[in-house]
Design a protein around this ligand. Structure first.
Ligand code: NAX
Length: 329
């Protein structure tokens, strides 16, 4: 019998957390032969909602669901005990009219204790995916408080941006989204991010050869992806939820699955100086993996336009790091 994989989700009763749980339990993410134990974590006033979610998980009768634990955020070490994956969603979402930067001071402090508890209790091989915004900087805070957990085990989510970019490119080219590959998101998960059309491919060809409307690529394409979160809030009256949950699960799948040849997946990770990005930030980069060890994808072309875009978003990350310097040890 394969040992179960333990997966913690903070903010498990929130709109994104709720939407991840059933797919994690179903066998879709780790395979139909890998039992999953879910650790649901919430703030104390919301614990009763977890009881209802637990009932629903039972009522799905997933053969792969080997257990459900419920923990409150005052006892984070119990929540993260022996976890192999931790998905950090729990935080306050951006409301209409609120800039992502406003969230830094509200959500940042949550991630200091989170980092400490992960270091104290999670499995040695734990992989952490930070979704709660500002996710790059929250990831930086958490990992800084868990110095014994190797840096290459920490990720912040830029996958929703990757998926949004792929969908826009497919739509413009009149091709199915499956024809789009190698989409990198550079920098911050924010309105300064750079969705890289230069290295992206459609049917294996460089996007600028397939989409000849370069003014669109440099203009509306980038701004649509950058502003997509705000557009969803405006239309739906609530922030992206199902698509965000889907992107979190895509991130987990991409971390444990070999990357197809000639492609990459996007996540924000500790920068090591690759592509001239200052070391010590958590920045969106193109990654590849053999399913165990990831690396920064090599050979991405950085032209003058891309350089300017990347520098701008990295400058914002540096500013965010300054804003939370009192939360960094
Ligand atoms: P919800 O308000 O629906 O859910 C958040 C949940 O977190 C709530 O149930 C709340 O009780 C819980 N929570 C708050 N503080 C907690 C703590 N200290 N420990 C454990 N749980 C805690 O928000 P939702 O729409 O699910 O969004 C969650 C986060 O995802 C927000 O920060 C949001 O900004 C972020 N997003 C990140 C995205 C990304 O691409 N990285 C995209 C979507 C989303 O905006």
């Amino acid at each position: 019998m394969t040992a179960p994989i333990h997966v913690a989700v903070t903010g498990a009763a929130g709109q994104i957390g709720y939407a991840t749980l059933f797919r994690l339990a179903s066998g879709e993410i780790f395979g139909s032969h890998r039992p999953v134990v879910l650790h649901l974590i919430e703030v104390p006033p919301v614990m009763s909602a977890l009881d209802g979610i637990h009932m629903e998980l039972d009522d799905c009768a997933f053969p792969t669901l080997a257990g459900v634990q419920k923990h409150d955020s005052d006892h984070l070490e119990d929540g993260f005990r022996d976890c192999n994956f931790v998905i950090l969603v729990g935080s306050i979402p951006r409301k209409q009219g609120m800039e992502r930067a406003d969230l830094i001071r509200i959500n940042g402090p949550i991630f200091t204790n989170t980092g400490k508890a992960i270091q104290a209790a999670a499995a040695k091989d734990v992989r952490v995916v930070v979704v709660g915004n500002p996710c790059n900087t929250n990831c930086l805070i958490a990992m800084s408080h868990a110095p014994d957990v190797p840096r290459n085990q920490w990720f912040a989510m830029t996958r929703l941006d990757q998926n949004r970019a792929a969908a826009q490119l497919a739509h413009k080219a009149g091709r199915p989204v499956a024809a789009v590959s190698n989409v990198a998101i550079w920098g911050n998960h924010s309105a300064t991010q750079f969705p890289d059309f230069v290295n992206a491919k459609i049917d294996g060809k460089p996007v600028p050869e397939v989409i000849t409307d370069h003014a669109w690529l440099k203009g509306d394409f980038i701004s649509t992806v950058q502003q997509r979160g705000a557009a969803v809030i405006k239309a739906r009256g609530a922030s992206s939820a199902a698509s965000a949950a889907n992107a979190a699960l895509d991130t987990v799948k991409s971390i444990v699955t070999p990357t197809p040849a000639g492609s990459c997946f996007s996540a924000a990770v500790w920068s090591d100086g690759s592509y001239g990005i200052e070391p010590g930030l958590v920045t969106g980069l193109p990654l590849t993996t053999d399913g165990h060890n990831w690396r920064v994808a090599a050979g991405f072309k950085i032209d003058e336009f891309s350089r300017t875009q990347i520098d701008k978003t990295v400058a914002e990350l540096k500013q965010e790091r300054d804003t939370v310097k009192d939360l960094l040890p």
